[in-house]
Design a protein around this ligand. Structure first.
Ligand SMILES: [Zn+2]
Length: 307
């Protein structure tokens, strides 16, 4: 446990925000209860008084540990059914449901040039962390266009392949980590995932501009009143980063790891490097899809070359 505590805030009429401490990253994650639906469940290290919150159903925005890790406990405490995106749940099982995931992801990072000492530490951290992620087995599966209570289900891939948003008739979007006010949501390439996550994300941001929700309740940070403006900022950010990544590449083949050092610097912890390499690779693959970068290599070593 960290020194932070669970806090419950009435954000607006009928909107309750439950904020839980996180041991890393943004140090907190928000869950919301609206009209009897609990959106997201925290990381599972804390067990808020779920039973006191009038929860009739539990909806998961995406399978990252700080959103899904408490799902089993929340379901047990409330007796409420859990709803999760079909694609997202498949990935959730593939990743957290399988004991060799830390080894599989480390092997994949090695093919992208990440050296052995870093991958060894990632494996160790992965195995240490896995027992805390207690997602709910066999949830009800959700797809685009489904309705859950008064909410429309939207597939907003990018930050996670199967990321969902929940849009209410009053223009409220419960958005998970799709859109955050001050943090740039991570968009990384990972093994056994969709091939162009940044392309997915840019399309999901364009869709957000079209939808123009009245307010977004995010997984981290404060509510977002002008979602379209924030989506445009994030599109601009990724355009700049794409230009930066392309600029770093020349005629010489370089690994994702090497490019990540040029873009994000050489001094990062193993956990930070993991995100930096995944983020770099999502940009490199976007450039490959756009025909501006060439990928070479196969199973053992993958490199990228400029145009
Ligand atoms: Zn996330």
């Amino acid at each position: 446990m960290t020194s932070l505590e669970v806090s419950v805030t009435e954000l607006a009429d009928g909107v309750t925000r439950i904020t839980l401490p996180l041991p890393t990253g943004p140090r907190h994650v928000h869950c919301y209860v609206v009209d009897g639906t609990l959106f997201d469940t925290g990381i599972g290290l804390d067990e808020p008084a779920w039973a006191a919150l009038g929860i009739e159903r539990i909806a998961i925005t995406h399978f990252h540990p700080d959103h899904v890790g408490g799902a089993e406990a929340a379901a047990a405490a409330t007796g409420a059914p859990v709803y999760q995106g079909a694609l997202d749940y498949a990935q959730c099982e593939r990743v957290w449901g399988s004991p060799d995931w830390p080894d599989r992801i480390a092997a994949w990072f090695r093919t992208h040039g990440v050296p052995e000492p870093i991958t060894a530490e990632l494996i160790e951290q992965g195995h240490a962390f896995a027992p805390f992620i207690r997602f709910a087995r066999g949830p009800e599966l959700l797809y685009e266009q489904n309705h859950l209570g008064g909410w429309s289900v939207l597939e907003l891939p990018g930050h996670a392949d199967g990321h969902l948003g929940f849009l209410g008739s009053d223009g409220v979007l419960v958005g998970g980590d799709h859109l955050l006010a001050r943090i740039t949501p991570a968009v990384g390439l990972y093994p056994e995932s969709r091939p162009d996550p940044l392309g997915d994300y840019l399309r999901s941001l364009e869709r957000t501009i079209e939808l123009a929700p009245r307010i977004v309740y995010p997984g981290h940070g404060e509510p977002i009143a002008d979602a379209a403006a924030r989506a445009r900022e994030l599109i601009d950010h990724h355009r700049e980063r794409l230009a930066q990544v392309e600029h770093v590449l020349g005629a010489e083949a370089r690994s994702g790891f090497e490019v990540s050092r040029a873009v994000f610097g050489a001094e990062l912890s193993p956990a930070q490097r993991r995100f930096a390499v995944a983020e770099t690779l999502s940009h490199l693959e976007r450039l490959v899809f756009a025909g501006r970068v060439v990928r070479a290599g196969t199973g053992r070593s993958v490199t990228y070359t400029g145009p």
